[in-house]
Design a protein around this ligand. Sequence first.
Ligand code: NAD
Length: 245
Amino acid sequence: KNAIEGKVIFLTGAGSGIGRATALKLSKLGARLALSDLNIESCRETAKQCAGGPHQVTLLNVSEYKRCIETIKDAIGYFGRIDHVFNCAGINPTARDLVDCSEDYFDKLVAVNLKGVYNVTKATIPYLRSGSAIVNVSSICGIHPHKQMAIYCATKYAIIGFSKSMALELGPKGIRINVVAPGYIETPTNASVVAGEEALKKTVEQVALGRMGKAGEVADVVAFLMGDESRYMNGSVVEVNGGTG
Ligand code: NAD
């Protein structure tokens, strides 16, 4: 029996990319999943592709705190408990100078990428217990500065500060919280970033392994961070970027 088998795991952004790949991985390991996403149709499709079950599918905008509370309560009603949490919902914006970023754009990125993590973490803590794990998604943009990505970078740096501080708060309860920081991963949203051979070549040139990552390669690390083999990791940031300068 692996450490994930039989666990109940709550995921945000489960309808696409890294969230979907992680759902598939965790379901193969025998977890039961509370899958949530702003896009209910794609979330249902994720559930369909998952192994085992039963899995729950919920429409959730992570930027709405009240909805997060209700959704977590629903998941508790359905499964009786939540063991682990994967905060993956996020917006990968296209690059633009700060002068071209509206206040709405700033508010939206902060509301989804940062406040979403706060909302779901806060809503789930009362139900977690010793042995539980939270994994938050930062980015290579949370580790190094990136041109034309100031606001996105700010949210992804903030997730690391939040998670490391929460690790100190939750550690005494036996609850671990860690961060995965992906590099250039092939997912629907960043398809626009690497559209065209020239853009793809430029991206891949920055990666020592000479290729973009696959969503499943991030999912493997998330499963590790929820499992028993990472039991002494708390407040850690794991970069999954193939060696990106
Ligand atoms: P994706 O667009 O494929 O998936 C993101 C999912 O989040 C979508 O299903 C979307 O509907 C959902 N979502 C968006 N706003 C939401 C909201 N307000 N509430 C709930 N769900 C919402 O993107 P992805 O590339 O898989 O990204 C997943 C996470 O990984 C994001 O946090 C992103 O910043 C991060 N990330 C991605 C990469 C990459 O190269 N793809 C690199 C570093 C970090």
